[in-house]
Design a binder for this molecule. Structure first.
Ligand code: NAI
Ligand code: MG
Length: 485
């Protein structure tokens, strides 16, 4: 077992970089509207970079209001003339085809995801891309079984869905949004985040190669303004948004009084709770997986650790030792555990919170590793001795930063864990099933993982309580926001 004392046993691995040459990235991308690549009416393009090297990868179009209108019109037309009328079984075939093509091109997609987003190739290769394909497979299966999913309820599609996604799981979020929308017979206008547009644009190529009828899926790029134009377009029936709580609230306000349906998947500040009877080594691994892998860029990241007093010293000591063995750096290296922060803005935000925590009087502990001089990187960080009132405990940081609080009783930890504006997810580590049931029934969180963390499956619904949003994605529940009964 690794302890802090013997953590010099950390092995040095020879670099194992994933080859990039098979990843085909065009110099410039237009907007994917009505099955074709269309120049933006704004005539504007913006650079998309690699956050680990700061190199430019490509430039993508900035869609203006006119382009949004064109995309919504294409989606409406495809809905009325083709998609709505098509037998559900046929719709399902297209969705399966997309799933298979994602699998076929998974290597290229993984490389592009890591280049553009900064996440370790191991993560995009083993999690993001296969899970994206699985979502299409799963929802492809539902397409002709909606009557069985909702017996005697006569489910009907809504029309045009405007979908806006963030940068932490670019292709996977696109799959979460597009797959259930298509399976339920809706058409789509999707906008990826401004910092990670490339895999969504690759998905547009796949959709083109699948011969999906033109206009069923439209993919447009741009900033918040483009997103706002999508939200405000009068001919949109449904909005699905994943991103910050601030923008979620803005969207809610701007559609008030309209007939548009909305699902929001917003921020989180998950409690990861370790009881004194927990398998400590596994728990430490789960803590690391919950907050440091994927750079803490996960809405359900286990960013608040609660440790029962009797094992706090042991957990913290083992956690520090494990942090010494994490490999931080080039996302393209297959050994890398912690890659690049997604953007300069996000790194600035995280660094700001590091200052806040220190100012609040917390003990800061970081992995002693060095980080690359180029690109945006942040060392895995602990804030020890945290309390409920600290800003670093209350606010979403969205980086590899873990606050540590201790507790004595189960009642105390439930109250503390729930005493936060968010409620997306939580983790519990204990040997006792009764404690797990007690906790899961009292946690105000959409997902509670027991003796594991960050496990995902297309069949399982995901979504939040309170300021983490509403509506569920995944599973049977994920079909409902796209249907009317
Ligand atoms: P954001 O919420 O601004 O961006 C998410 C998406 O919304 C992007 O596609 C963006 O272009 C779009 N958008 C921005 N303003 C919009 C508007 N007014 N109307 C419609 N769409 C709009 O998130 P940002 O600025 O990238 O990150 C800020 C913070 O949000 C992060 O530090 C993190 O705390 C949180 N966040 C949460 C995520 C989650 O998975 N729940 C994902 C990304 C960020
Ligand atoms: Mg923003």
């Amino acid at each position: 077992m690794i302890t802090e004392k013997n953590s010099e046993f950390k092995w040095d691995y020879a670099p194992a970089p994933e080859a990039k040459d098979h990843a085909k990235i065009k110099k410039q991308y237009d907007l994917f509207i009505n099955g074709e690549w269309v120049k933006p009416s704004t005539k504007k393009y913006f650079d998309t970079i690699s956050p680990s090297s700061e190199e430019k990868l490509s430039e993508v179009a900035e869609a203006g209001e006119k382009d949004v209108d064109l995309a919504v019109k294409a989606a409406r037309n495809a809905y009325e003339k083709t998609w709505k009328k098509m037998p559900a079984k046929e719709r399902g075939k297209y969705i399966f085809r997309i799933a298979r093509m994602i699998q076929e091109r998974s290597r290229e997609l993984a490389v592009i995801e890591s280049l553009n987003g900064g996440k370790p190739i191991r993560e995009s290769r083993d999690f993001d891309i296969p899970t994206a394909a699985n979502h299409f497979f799963y929802y492809g299966g539902w397409a002709d079984k909606l009557e069985y999913a909702f017996p005697n309820r006569n489910p009907k599609s809504l029309g045009v869905a405007a979908q806006i996604i963030p940068w932490n799981f670019p292709l996977l979020m696109a799959a979460w949004k597009i797959a259930p929308a298509l399976a339920t017979g809706n058409t789509v206008v999707l906008k990826p985040a401004e910092s990670t547009p490339l895999t969504a644009l690759k998905l547009a190529e796949i959709i083109q190669d699948c011969d999906l009828p033109p206009g069923v899926v439209n993919i447009i790029t741009g900033f918040g303004k483009t997103g706002a134009a999508m939200v405000n377009h009068p001919d949109v029936n449904k909005i699905a948004f994943t991103g910050s709580t601030d923008v979620g609230k803005l969207i809610q306000k701007s559609i008030a009084g309209s007939n548009k349906k909305l699902t929001l998947e917003l921020g989180g500040k998950a409690a990861n709770i370790v009881f004194d009877d927990a398998p400590i080594n596994q728990a430490v691994e789960g803590i690391v997986n919950g907050i440091f892998f994927n750079q803490g860029h996960v809405c359900c990241a286990g960013s608040r650790l609660f440790v029962q007093e009797g094992v706090a010293a042991e957990v913290i000591q083992k956690l520090k030792a494990r942090m010494e063995t994490l490999i931080i750096g080039d996302p393209m290296d297959k050994n890398t555990d912690v890659g690049a922060i997604n953007s300069k803005e996000q790194l600035l935000k995280i660094n700001e919170y590091l200052k806040v925590g220190v100012k609040e009087g917390l003990e800061l502990h970081q992995s002693s590793c060095s980080i690359p001089s180029k690109g945006f990187f942040c060392k895995p960080t602990l804030f020890i001795g945290a309390a409920q009132s600290h800003r670093v405990v209350q606010e979403e940081i969205f980086g590899p930063v873990l606050t540590i609080q201790t507790f004595r009783t189960i009642e105390e930890v439930i109250e503390k864990a729930n005493n936060i504006p968010y409620g997306l997810s939580a983790g519990v580590w204990t040997d006792k099933g009764s404690k797990i049931f007690n906790l899961t029934s009292k946690m105000r969180a959409g997902v509670v993982w027991a003796n594991t963390y960050n496990k995902f499956d297309p069949t399982s619904p995901f979504g939040g309580y309170k300021e983490s949003g509403f509506g569920r994605e995944g599973g049977l529940h994920g079909l409902m926001p796209y249907l009317t009964f």
